[in-house]
Design a protein. Structure first.
Length: 140
């Protein structure tokens, strides 16, 4: 796609200038999209991935189309990296998950109740706000 809309040192064009460039390139962009779709339709029956993510049909279609633009495996690599990053962002945003991750960073296994963690929290700062769930329910 960079051959279609090269970026200048000033960055991507904005506003009317950008729309004017896009308008002028529409036939070429549409042609590239049709080429990619045609490539995907030709390759789709032969796609046999080793593993499929949750959106399996989308992943198979992307794998069928990818070699029209990139090397085989590019989609899976990007998808896996994106999934890994999404998981990390979720964990970082959850204080309980962060505390559990920290707890498990020095061990393979832990056995006990959640209550057993409260008297000796792994990180006083991240666990100081923990309260008895029953008290929280009573307060509404």
């Amino acid at each position: 796609m960079s051959a279609i809309c090269p970026l200048s040192r000033e960055g991507p064009p904005r506003g009317r200038r950008a729309m004017g460039q896009v308008e002028g390139e529409r036939p070429r962009i549409f042609g590239v999209l049709l080429d990619v779709i045609s490539h995907g339709l030709r390759r789709a029956p032969d796609i046999r991935p080793n593993k499929l993510p949750r959106m399996a049909d989308f992943a198979k279609w992307a794998m069928a189309c990818e070699t029209a633009l990139w090397r085989a495996g590019t989609f899976q690599k990007a998808y896996d990296a994106n999934q890994g990053e999404a998981v990390e962002v979720l964990i970082e945003g959850d204080q309980v998950a962060t505390a559990i991750k920290k707890l498990m960073s020095t061990r393979i296994e832990w056995e006990g109740t959640a209550t057993a963690l409260i008297p000796n929290p792994i990180d006083q700062n991240s666990c100081a706000h923990w309260r008895n769930p029953m008290d929280m329910m009573r307060q509404g």
